[in-house]
Write a protein that binds this ligand. Structure first.
Ligand SMILES: [Zn+2]
Length: 429
């Protein structure tokens, strides 16, 4: 600012006797040059979250005009950082058609034909940092959310905007932040940054991307997914999924933790977010997650509940990991425990939010949805599901597998651990 004022004064002295027109022209040139030279203060992750989670974007539901507005914002951010467009047709965007599901237990489907009757269009946003390397690291986060609520919402009552600050403006802001740092970063990989859409409806955008990748899928070294990274808690627990998908991950995660976060590792490459789409294509994945909370999938998941300092530390941590792995060439892929299993398909649900950070035996309930199966039967937050009929529930995967065997209308005896006591409660799906 100071510099601009000085130039302005010079102009005034030089041209005070000239006519007004010359003055205006020179003044304009000076201001333009001044603006160009001035270093613009980088946009913070908080500022990105505030924009993405604002009411004007109406909850960023896939297939709506608000999803488009959010995509536009992200593409502009990618461009301003200096990323190349790497969607389709030389643009930042990659569109996919899908048929919205009318059955709450069925996922929408991606369809090949052009948008027509009853079909909607979703939009991924893709930016590229080309280091002319042989391999590419993909860093992704979904930007879509639940709009005014709908099937995925845990909110009861009047429709309200679901701003999705933690889920997942936080992840998108971190992708942008990592991109701006990697411009000056290591050069052994290329970097592909993707903001996925259609995640909340069933990983549609990432699924479409892996089938229509804009870089050769074989050259993708590994994938980092960021979904809900804005609520680092007091214990400073960061969950990392996919640790088993490459032999190098475990040691790398622990060797680079100068932020002294409490790392909870999960082996499996299959999980409830976009990393799954890459894992099933034999690509090593690391997915970061700060955990469930009571604002999950509710209108109260808003910008003022996030831990921005925590996001800063997670970003530093991930940068350490990227720097370290950059010297290791192409990483080996390893299938994790559930290797041959598809993600189970459910016809029914209990209507609970599982506690994904729970590391004990069983599936701990982190919240129950109003009016759904679990609540009707009297299951409570904090209950640990041990068995569905005779099937033992050891973890999330065995819970999902057991649940996938039930049909609508079936009865099931659920064994739970409540405050150390085992109880049997009958539910009807
Ligand atoms: Zn979500």
């Amino acid at each position: 600012m100071k510099r601009d004022n000085k130039i302005l004064i010079d102009v005034l002295i030089l041209h005070k006797n000239n006519n007004m027109r010359a003055f205006i022209i020179l003044f304009t040139i000076t201001v333009l040059l001044g603006c160009k030279k001035e270093t613009v203060k980088p946009i913070s992750m908080k500022e990105d979250v505030v924009v993405l989670a604002s009411d004007s974007l109406m909850g960023r539901e896939t297939g709506t005009a608000y999803e488009r507005k959010a995509a536009e914002y992200i593409a502009n951010r990618f461009e301003s950082i200096g990323l190349l467009p790497k969607g389709d047709n030389g643009e930042y965007f990659q569109d996919f058609n899908f048929k919205p599901s009318t059955n709450p237990h069925q996922q929408p489907e991606i369809v090949d034909s052009v948008a027509g009757d009853g079909m909607l269009v979703g939009r991924n946003v893709i930016g590229y940092l080309d280091n002319k390397a042989e391999t590419t690291l993909v860093i992704g986060a979904h930007y879509d959310h639940l709009g005014m609520g709908g099937q995925g919402s845990l909110h009861r009552g009047e429709a309200a905007i679901h701003n999705g600050a933690d889920d997942n403006a936080s992840g998108v802001a971190m992708v942008i932040q990592l991109a701006s740092r990697l411009i000056e970063g290591p050069k052994q990989n290329n970097y592909l940054f993707i903001a996925f859409s259609g995640e909340e409806m069933g990983l549609l955008g990432s699924n479409y991307f892996t089938k229509n990748s804009t870089v050769p899928l074989d050259n993708i070294n590994y994938m980092i997914n960021l979904d809900m990274v804005g609520r680092l808690n007091e214990e400073e627990t960061l969950a990392v999924h996919g640790v088993g998908t490459s032999p190098l991950f475990k040691q790398t995660l622990f060797a680079n933790n100068d932020q002294e976060l409490v790392i909870k590792e999960f082996e499996s490459g299959v999980g409830p977010s976009d990393q799954t789409s890459f894992y099933i294509n034999d690509i090593p994945v690391l997915a970061f997650f700060t955990g469930q909370h009571e604002d999950y999938h509710k209108p109260s998941d808003d910008w003022n509940t996030l831990n921005y300092e925590g996001m800063e530390r997670i970003t530093n941590y991930i940068m350490n990991i990227i720097n370290d792995l950059d010297n290791d060439g192409e990483l080996a892929f390893r299938k994790t425990k559930d290797e041959s299993e598809e993600v189970p398909r459910f016809k029914v649900g209990l209507g609970v939010v599982p506690d994904y950070l729970f590391t004990g035996e069983g599936m701990r309930i982190d919240g129950v949805s109003e009016g759904r199966t679990a609540q009707k039967a009297g299951l409570l937050k904090g209950d640990i599901v041990k068995k569905l009929d005779t099937a033992t529930v050891k973890d999330m995967m065995s819970y999902m597998k057991a649940l996938a065997t039930y049909e609508n209308g079936d009865k099931c005896m659920v064994t739970i651990d409540r405050d150390g006591k085992l109880l049997e409660i009958e539910v009807e799906f």
